[in-house]
Design a protein around this ligand. Sequence first.
Ligand SMILES: Nc1nc2c(c(CN[C@H]3C=C[C@H](O)[C@@H]3O)cn2[C@@H]2O[C@H](COP(=O)(O)O)[C@@H](O)[C@H]2O)c(=O)[nH]1
Length: 306
Amino acid sequence: MEKVKASSAWVASNSSHVFVDASGLEKVVEELHDNVPSITWDFEGIHYFDNGPLTVQYLFVLDSLNFCFWPDEELHYDHLAAGLKAALENDSSVFDADRLKSYTGSQLRKLLNWSRPLPLEDERVRLLHEVGTELEKSFGGKAANLVTAAGHSAVCLVELVTRHFPGFRDHSLYKGHQVFLYKRAQIFVADLWGAFKGLGYGAFHDIGSITIFADYIVPAVLRQLGVLTYSPSLATIVDGKKELPSGTEEEVEIRACTIYAVEKLRELIGTKAGKEVLSIQLDLWLWSCGVKCPSLQHHRTLSIYY
Ligand SMILES: Nc1nc2c(c(CN[C@H]3C=C[C@H](O)[C@@H]3O)cn2[C@@H]2O[C@H](COP(=O)(O)O)[C@@H](O)[C@H]2O)c(=O)[nH]1
């Protein structure tokens, strides 16, 4: 997404708390020896897949709720993915638009087999209602129709999702500039592409336009690799497990510099290895490294966006 890349680059060139380290980038490229480890989508074996429209509905609901697990130390992404999969296998109408419109917090908790309130539970429920209402209003209740409407363009699908569903409109104001991160809208495209292996609902002629997803794991991995460096005051906040408010310069710089750094990494590998590397592949490699390293210290922002 050009607007994501351009606005992230602007932040990186105006940042005061987070810096992209060129030597750190070089080191990573050296160690990769021109090839990015290819991690298969769903390497954990936790996602629902039936090669049809119900899989699209599952992925859209999944990515509508795919944010902010950290406040509950025992809650992780895989609980969401596996929980929604089990719910769907148990009742194939569970993600019908009219059902999504009316879920309560305790019903969502029950769906996920989670015994205590979910972080930002009322927001998660509000977002489900938003998805159900808009799918019903504009797409015949089916996320598959939303995907078809994008005509196999990743950029068009991100535009459609962010236009119709405010909960996906992941952007910030930074020093007066609008910065587009679009994490959940872009990861929805990537999940379709990964699940359907680039075919059918996952076929996008411009999949290379998708950037990495500015979540809270990848920045921490890049910092550990020496690609991102934080100012002493920001390092104290992150290493001290202090909350970092959404919309602060520090939070936006962490996310935007992450996107910018991986675009730089992609370009470096591309020229060195003489081949096109997808940000999606870099993302999956970096993210899978991060979730395997429980001691990783990530920033802690309460947000519905990531
Ligand atoms: N950048 C990036 N961020 C990702 C994912 C995924 C899952 N991708 C699936 C697709 C294929 C794979 O097989 C995965 O199963 C989740 N997240 C984010 O991580 C955080 C969850 O962390 P924790 O609290 O530890 O569970 C949270 O912000 C969540 O939104 C990704 O791929 N890339």
